[in-house]
Design a protein around this ligand. Structure first.
Ligand code: SF4
Ligand code: SF4
Length: 147
């Protein structure tokens, strides 16, 4: 989903474009939410995104850090995407509370909370298990991406 940005939001986008890699990294809040697996539920074109208690197998839920950050984009299982402006403005890939999203759109009007003690790497969870059995993995997060 793309947005019609206000001039103020467009200015923020331009500021992000000018940032050095260090400045860019400093915007990340290290919340870890983007490393949680999401699932889409609902009929086509009306699907809702839900975050789950399942994380990428390279994520450490205790430290909330990626264990292979430097090589994350070239590892054999390449399902990690570099956070860039397309991802930030996509509207379905990052929570509203993400530092980059807040930088453009202002502070999120709601909180996101994850019980990290319950989060397990995807290698320990059969993600092809029927949805009914997976229900307990789904977080109450239907609106987390809403702008
Ligand atoms: S590879 Fe690292 S940064 Fe990428 S989704 Fe997995 S844990 Fe997150
Ligand atoms: S959701 Fe945003 S702020 Fe949180 S870890 Fe991912 S990129 Fe950083």
């Amino acid at each position: 989903m793309k947005y019609n940005l206000t001039s103020e939001q467009q200015k923020k986008v331009e500021q992000l474009k000018q940032m050095s890699p260090q400045q860019w990294e400093s915007i990340c809040k290290r919340c870890g939410i983007c490393c949680l697996c999401k699932i889409q539920i609902g009929p086509e074109k009306q699907t809702s995104n839900f975050y789950t208690n399942v994380c990428c197998d390279a994520f450490n839920p205790v430290t909330r850090q990626c264990t292979m950050y430097a090589s994350r984009l070239t590892r054999i299982k390449q399902d990690c995407k570099k956070v860039d402006l397309d991802i930030i403005l996509d509207g379905t890939l990052l929570p509203r509370t993400c530092g980059y999203v807040e930088y453009i759109f202002g502070p999120a009007p709601f909180k996101t909370s994850v019980n990290w003690k319950l989060v397990k790497p995807e290698t320990l969870v059969k993600l092809d298990t029927p949805l009914q059995i997976m229900q307990h993995l789904i977080l109450d997060s239907q609106n987390w991406n809403k702008r």
